[in-house]
Design a protein around this ligand. Structure first.
Ligand SMILES: [Zn+2]
Length: 345
């Protein structure tokens, strides 16, 4: 059963790339510390939770960071102008709330929008971009905005907006990658017996270039590396290109970023426990931590385990709780069953 209280807590904890210390880091440490032998934080801010075993040594990572925004300048009227942190589509911000983390604590701002009544015909055809988006924080000028704690460099993220659509479906900003981070935590908590030497990693700065997993995998030196990250689920206007579907269960890639022996072992585990895996064709290195882990040191045998979501990188990312539960069980059994194996492709 999905623990909705913990899931919501993990999804909503602050943590734009590079600022994971604003909230999510402590949530992950707190959730894992009683279930592992040791937990530590490295100099980039990765959380590493180690559950000791004889081997093989495996690193399983889900990224803690979120895409977001940073204040670029404050104009004389007191509006904030923004630059993106990671792949934010500026059109998703129009008429939305932004949660900022200022020197004086949390503050909200709203992104302005031209009322339809006074839009000119040409306005209707224009899409918002980073030059037109301004945030109203309630200030009547630059001085007041600064007095409120806003500075050049203040970071913000989509305001929390977690909703349950029905029994199985949820929508919220930041299911990327907090839904997988939750799944990783839950798998760590459920593991009973295992031989593998397991490093659970809450990685930082994935959305700005897979930077946390790079140093974590260097330090840990795993033989096997699993990235848990969301992937695309069939959705409106996908032109038939997206194959995995919501409710179809966990997704695992095949392709050059995936070690075939680890992938075949995953199929064995799935079959043994009656969990159906959806397959995703990934002809290039994936956009996940598995990309950087694979080419760590002398090479790591990597795979990607995903929960499918719709509307990625928007405030309404949508997932199916049945996929979450199956992914937890799959990850848990995968780690419990892991034994030393030949990893040469
Ligand atoms: Zn992600």
């Amino acid at each position: 059963m999905v623990n909705m209280e913990l899931l919501k807590k993990v999804v909503e904890a602050p943590g734009v790339s590079g600022y994971e210390f604003l909230g999510i880091r402590d949530v992950v440490i707190e959730a894992l510390k009683d279930y592992v032998d040791e937990v530590y934080v490295d100099k980039l801010g990765n959380v590493v939770a180690h559950k000791k075993g004889n081997g093989p040594k495996v690193m399983i990572a889900a990224h803690m960071d979120k895409i977001g925004v940073m204040v670029n300048h404050i104009d004389k009227e007191g509006y904030l102008h923004l630059v993106p942190i990671g792949g934010v589509d500026p059109r998703t911000l129009v008429a939305q709330k932004v949660r900022f983390f200022t020197e004086k604590g949390e503050r909200y701002g709203v992104v302005g929008h031209i009322p339809p009544h006074i839009q000119k015909p040409e306005d209707r055809k224009k899409a918002a971009d980073w030059d037109t988006i301004v945030v109203d924080v309630g200030a009547d000028g630059k001085e007041e905005a600064e007095e409120m704690g806003f500075r050049v460099g203040t970071v913000g993220e989509f305001a929390p907006a977690f909703v349950q659509l029905n029994e199985n479906r949820i929508a919220s900003p930041y299911l990327d990658d907090r839904i997988c981070l939750y799944t990783l935590i839950e798998a760590a908590r459920r593991i009973e017996s295992h031989e593998a030497d397991i490093y659970f990693v809450g990685s930082v700065q994935e959305e700005v270039g897979l930077r946390g997993a790079r140093v974590a995998s260097y330090a840990i030196e795993p033989e096997i590396g699993i990235a848990m990250d969301v992937t695309f689920a069939k959705q409106v206007a996908d032109k038939g290109k997206i194959v995995p579907k919501l409710g179809g269960g966990p997704v695992m890639d095949v392709g050059p970023n995936i070690n075939p022996k680890v992938r075949a072992f995953a199929d064995e585990v799935a079959e043994k426990y009656g969990i159906e895996l959806q397959v995703e064709a990934s002809p290039r290195p994936t956009g996940t931590d598995a990309n950087i882990m694979q080419i760590n040191r002398e090479g790591v045998a990597t795979a990607v385990l995903s929960v499918p979501i719709r509307y990625m990188h928007s405030q309404v990312e949508t997932a199916d709780l049945r996929d979450v539960e199956k992914t937890i069980e799959f990850a848990r059994h995968f780690l419990e069953e892991l034994r030393p194996m030949d990893l040469t492709p």
